[in-house]
Every structure is written in structure tokens, then in C-alpha cells.
Design a binder for this molecule. Sequence first.
Ligand SMILES: [Zn+2]
Length: 1015
Amino acid sequence: MIRHIKYLKSVQRPLVRILHIKSPLQNATSVERVVSSANTTKEIESSMPYIIDGQKYNYKEGNIYQGFLCERVEPIADFGLMSCTLRHLGTGTEFWHLDSHDIQNVFSIHFRTKPFDSTGLPHVLEHLVLCGSENLPVRDLFYKMIIRSVANFMNAMTGPDYTMYPFSTKNEADFRNLQKVYLDAVFRPNLFFMDFLQEGWRLEHQDLHNPKSDIVIKGVVYNEMIGSYADNSRFFKQKMLNYILPNTYGHIAPGTQLEIPKLKLEEIVNYHNKYYHPSNARIFSYGSFDLEKTLELIDKEYLSHYDRIDTSFSRIPSEDRWSQPRCASIQGRPDSSISLDHQNRVGIALLMCDITDIQESFEVKILSELLIRSPNSPFHKSMIDPNFSGGFTKWTGYLPNCKDTYFNVGLQDVANNDVEIFEELFDNTVHKVIMEGFDSKLVEAILCTQELLRKQQSECKRLLYRSTVLWNHDGDVVANLKISELFEKLQTKLKDNPNYFEQKLEKYFINNKHKLTLIMRPNAVHEIERRQAEAKLIRKKLKETNDAEFKKIYKNGLKLEALQQAPDNINVLPCLSINDVQKPIPRPQIKEITLRGVPTLISHEPIAGITYLKCMFNTTGLSLNDAMLLPLFCNVFSEMGSSNHDYRQFDNIIRSKMARLECTAKIVENVTDSKTYRLGLLMKAFALDKNVWDMFQLCEEILLNFQLEDIDRLKMLVTNYITKLTLDVAKLGHLHVMTASSALVTNAAQLKSLLSGVDHIDYMKKYVKENSIEAIRDSLKSIGSKVFSRSNLRVAINTSENNVFKILGDYERFLTHLPILEHNIEAKEIFLLEPSFRYHNLDMPLSFCAKTFFAVPYAHEDHPALRVLAKFLTSKYLWPVVREKNGAYGAGARIGFDGLFNVHSYRDPNASNTMKVFDKTYEWLQAHRYKLDEQAVFEAKLAVLQLVDWPISPGEVSLDSFVLGASYDIYLQYRSRVLAVTVDQVQNVIEKYFRDEPKHFGKCILGPKSDEIEV
Ligand SMILES: [Zn+2]
């Protein structure tokens, strides 16, 4: 389970920042220099990345560095990296370093943590590790460090058989600070009983101060798992893993509601001693900071204090192969918006190869993509085209997440009668492919897409994630990153044997008895049963409790509360100084030109042979009815083919040349005055440099000749769109609730909610029910005829410098062919709404709450101080009260570019209480003036800087400038204002914006039905 830090990031991050990030492939001149020094005779294509091969490298195999023996040094040309594998002499700990010129640096420690039951032991341990350690006895370590660091990523997660603790930062002082914190946390955690009660589970009086009040179960992980498995998709995936690998992965590592309360602290302590021993650890680093300093710290402070132990106890064996297929049936939560007999989920999983068989695993991945990814894929044709479900289940495809990998395909929102035919459909599809073979055009298309995507995914955290599971099972992580070699080997096999994939299909899909069919049916009384089981569990626990223990429940409750309110001595934690954060991100290399009347931003950054295209069509002039269908239009128009190629042909052509088009509807407020907003359609595409001409051609084809006449196809796309909308509501509830409460404050935010929030979901469900597919088609066609014009277009192109000149001709040709439509409306006026409160029923056991008011837009001089205040409120008020005391999984405050100030809670068991906490913000600020000192303001500034300087991928450089109009100069000014914020300024904005209830505010709760809530 991904911990709360991830959640926090996802809350704080939705705005993309301008950043020049040095990719692993430096600038073009250094590429040439390094390549020539390598004396390579091979011709370098423009798409060929930077190669270190032959470069003089610091570390040599056989040498010892700070107690570590260097075992293997090897270049990874595909990512322009040098890999260096070391082993600690004393403990045998493996250390893997990826040397790169990247300014982004990553560090991670992970342990192989096999679960023995579903009490969530490794997961609770992961939480406890962050509750303080020997040298750093501070609770909620990550959370406290967030405000003392500029890290752009800090996390801890529990996988099915590993627990990992990664972070990344661009600042070396920060990197060293965080290393110290991480190492002390994992190797010397305090594992105190009170922290166990808070993070794991505990019995507690409903009213803490009344020993006669009812007893309830609380605990961060306990609540987290109730929320987590309320998501049917996640639960289905988890159960599929448990059933397909019953001996090796039969337990639920993050824990289940009924099993977590069996866990004892003592078991955790013993487990930590054994499984968090350095011999069972794997340590990773990536980037340009000095490796030897890292090795020295690890050896001196930690590893040298341990001996080596045999770690075969944590190894996961292979699953025994079945002699016949199996079936399993489970129950899920009902969805009140769909009829109960249409809510089944059915899936089939098949065991594939061992994860350490790298070439095989790679080929099975391609095979799986062939089967499902494109509309030309066999499973797509047989299961999706007939349109009898809500589409594939999430995570359909190949899952290399464990020792044994597996493939799975499933359908959601299936009618009772159709559940039975699924298995037959599956078998028929496989047989048909074996008889007829794969379409060679599909094979080519899928191979091209995979190559493009893998080249694009060079981001350092992705490299780590891609390697973690394999490494956990002692696989060759270096070979796994040599993508070109894997592709070449496969290409040779395909050349030698035209039936290669068909034979593979026969092996894994016909002659494979390790096959599971899993059915999930909705249980209408799911939530009632869950509550009953909880009540029964509490009664059972109380029965086993004697008088003395019962009194302890009351005492511990008070003790924990006192502890939560006691000030932490956070001064023991390392902290950056103001000098460490002076440097802004470098100015991106941008050219602004106007071509054929189209304003164009060309950003020429060093990019790995990929060109990115973004087109923003201003659609502010659309009527409200049209605007509300714009998101659906974005989702379907490029999936329907063109007048020259049907959707099947078109899909093959697109995949062979570029990544699929991505379109979204965007509402952008003016960041300077917040007086106007624009509505736009943002279209994104990218391709290898050698295919740029094709990319422009294909974009032109779809923009000018898209066609919506294939009614069956359109119907299927619309159905799947509606299903997808509801899928992540529970996971993204905090974003939905902020959108919904913002919608009560301005008309622009109201439109946003109608285009992307819960209002959009409600509207679309109703709209699709009430309109024929022909009527929907006609409406979409009419939108299409009003949108794509050169007169309302702006474009951004990100490419490498030496490519700019080459592509301009293709780009101009593309523009020339676009039509010019008149009567465009540039922007609309924003107006503020009357205060209101809204409650929206959600089929969830927990709630999401928000309160929003209008403050000032991004470019206003008060914005930085308000943003600093938001961070201060999050860490000093909302987090301790709403999360630690009231038991919500998360809480926070933020102010957006649009000037709306939000406070919110996430997975909240106590919504009405939280709304009161939101209302008392000013009161609390008054009573706790003393907390707002120099250090607190500085910490809040660091937290703001993390977001202001957020790293972004090469394809997204200057996106802020392009989409929001927040240029680099505006960023610079904003950044220096943040650095200059004083305690007095924060006090001023408190008085100015918080003393009186704002004139324009909105409050919203998304959550289960409750009598307590008055609307
Ligand atoms: Zn967790």
C-alpha cells in the first residue's frame, strides 16, 4: 500500500511546473564527444541515445570502496547510464548504483518481506518505521521531513513481498539529510507501543473522555484498508493474485479489516529484527551525486555494526503448477447507479513465466499487448466490440509483480446472463488466433508502440520501479534495462519463425492448466455485513478482555491523545538552510514564433530522440451544452478512424508511427487577474524524431477527416467512457470534493465540475440514458465542426535543438491545411457565487470533505504568503487534528493558480466534525499565534518550493507557460516572493482573508448517507 505521503503528493501536485530537467542524455555536443571517444563505427541515428560505453569510469570491478566490493560495472546504452553493482563485505548487502548526469537523484532501500497471514504485519511495520528512530525520535518522520526538505518524492510502500522506502531530490544537501533519516528509520526504528496503537489498530471509547461510551476500533492502517478495498477494482486484483498463486501469495500483505486486529507489537518487533537485517536489504541510488559519500555513510553508521546472516528464509519459491484449472467466486460492493444484475466482474488469469527469465518475460509482455491493447487485438475484437460490458477490468494484461508472473483479462459491469459465456469467449478467441495467426500489421504496430514507450520512460523513478520486483527475486536488473538487446533477440526469433507468437500462445494459453476464473458478484448488503462483522469483532475482543485490560483501553486512549498533542522535538531532524534553496530552475530554451498566424512555442531541450506536439484549440465559444460534451468528444473522436481509414486500419497506422493521441478539455483562469477564463481542447502527441513527418500527417488526417458514423463502435466507446468515469472516484475523492466545493464559489469552477467532477459523472450518466446514440453522434459531430481551426489554435513543440529546423517545414504544411473558422470568443468573464453547502451521496464507507473560498490569483502579491500559510495550516493544524485525532487518512490546505483556497480531508470517518474544524481555522490561528515563528514559516516555504520547482519530463517543459500563461519570468518573480515571505506577511494575510467569513465560499461533503449531516 502506498502510504499517505504519496497521497499528499497527489494532492499538492496537480499543477505542472516549468522545469528544465537535464535528461540522462545531456546536450547534443556532449553526446557527440562521448560517442566519438568511444570510437564507435556504428552510425548514430538521431534517435540513438547517449552512450557511455568506453568512457573512463571511476569505479572498477574488484576494487573495494568504503567496505563495498565492486562486483560489476556495465553501461546501459538505452538509458545513457553506467550501472555499478556493489556488495557490502561484512553483511552481503547489495548496492546498485545507476550513474547518470541527471540533476534528479534517487535513493531507495528495500527489504524482502514475505507475509505469513493477512494481519498486514509488513504494512503496519512500514508505518511504524516512520514513527521515529533511535537518533531521530520524532513521530511521522516523513511528514516532518517534508517541511524541512525540497524532495520532490518521499514514500514508503508495501508490495506483495517487499517493502520499499524511496525518495528523490535535486538538492545534494537535501539528499544527504534524507539518507540519514531513511537509514536510521529502517535500521533503528523505536517501534513504540503507543505508535503501534495509533498506526495499527486499537480499541477506543467513541468519546475518548467518557469511559462509559461505546467501544470502537481505530487505527491508521485499519482505516486505510477499509478505504482501500472499498474499491472493487483493487479488491478484484488482490483476490486474483491470492487465488492464482495460493501457496506463495495467498495472503494479503497490506492486511484486511478483520485480520489486522489480530496483530501484536511483539510479532512486529521480531519480524523487524529478522527481515530488516542489512543482509536482507537492497539499496539503490541513481544520479550524479558522489556515490562514495553514500557508501561511507551506510558502512560507517549502519552496516559495519552487523554480521552477515543467511537470508534464504525470505526467499519466495516458485508456485506449484496446477494439474487442472480452478474457479473462485467473491463478493464486491454494490454501485447504486447501475442495476444490480449488471454489476458482475469476471476474469481469467493464467500463470506465465518466472520473473527472472528476462527475455521470456519481455516476450510474454509483448504477447499480452498483442492480445488486448489495440482495437485490432483478438480479445478486444471478441470481448469489447460486442459491447456487452463496461470494458476491460483495470490491470487487464501482463502482471510481472511477483516471483511467478501472470496474464489476466477481465470484464466489468457484466450482466448475470453473460458471466457464463466469458470463459467460452476466452477459449474461442485463443483458438481462433492459433488457427488464423496474428495480423502482421498488428504485430508491427504493437512492437513500434512498445519501443517508443520504453524509450520515453527513462524517468529515474520508473527505472527503479521496473527493477524492484525483479531485484527482489535476485533477477538480473542490468540485463532487464538493455531494451534494445531484448528487442533485437525477439526480432531475430520472429524472422526465423513466423509462428513464434502463435506457438507462445499455445504454450501459455492452451497447454497451461494453471488457469483461474474469478467471478465477483455485487453484494447488496455489503456495507451492512461489513459493519456487522466489525461489531462482532469488537464484541469478541471485549469478551476476551478482563477488567484491568478494559480500564487500560480508557487510559491508553487518553495517553495517546496527550502524546498526539505533545510537541515533537523536531529540531533533531536535519533541515535545509535558506542558502541551500537559492537557485531557481534554469531558464528553458524557448523560441516563440508565429507561423501561419498560429502562436507557437518551441522548446528545444535535450530530449532522447522524441518530439512532442501539443495543440490547444480555444473552445470558449462553445454553448454550455456543447461544452459539457467536450470531454466525451475528446475521448472518442480520435478512436473512430477517418474517412480514409476505418478505426482498425487507422489504429495500426498510428501505433506504427507515434503514440496515441491524448485529448482533454481544459478550463484555464487568467493567472494575473482571475477575471476571465478560457475553455480549450488540448491535444498531445509524440513520436520518434524520424517519424515526425508522419505524426503531422496523421494529426491532420484525424483533425480534418475524423468520422463518427460507425454507430456500434461509438456506442461501445461511450459505454466504456461512462464506466471509466466512476472507477477512480473513491481513490481521487479529495480532488473530486475540492472540485465540487470550488464549484460553489465561481462560475469557472462550476464549469470545471461539470466537465470533470462528480457533476460531470451525474450529467453524463443521465445524458446517455436519455439520448439515442444517433443523437449523441450528431451532437459530437457538431462540436467537431466548431473546434478544429487555425484561427483558435496555439501550439507547443518540444524537440532537440538540432531537430528544430528539420521539422518546421512539416509543421507549416500541417498548419496550412487546417481551416479557418470565424466568430471565436477569446475568453469569458468570471463571476462569484453566493455561499452554499452541498452534500453528495457516495457509495463509500468513508467521506471526503472540503471548504473553499476565493482569495487571489497566482500572480497577485499575496498569493505566495497564502500558499505558505496553506502549508503551515496543513502541518500544524489540519494534519494533527483531522488525521491524527479524528482518524482521517489525510487532510490539507492549498491555494491554486485560480486563486481558490481549499481545505480538505481524505477518507474521513468523521465528516461533520471535520467541517467544524474547517470553520474554526481563524480561531485556531488566533490561539496558536506562537506557532507561527521564523522556523515554521521557513519550513512552509520549503514545502512550497518543492512544488514551485517540481521536476517535469522533457516533453512537458514549459507546459505552464503554454497552458496557463505562467511564463518563466512570472515563475521567477513568484519564486523570489516565496523566498521573501515573512512572519508578518503571513499574519497579514490571515487577518485579511480569514478574520471574517469570506463573502464567497462553498462547503461540500462526498460520502455515505448520514443523519448527522445537515445540508
Ligand atoms: Zn499504509
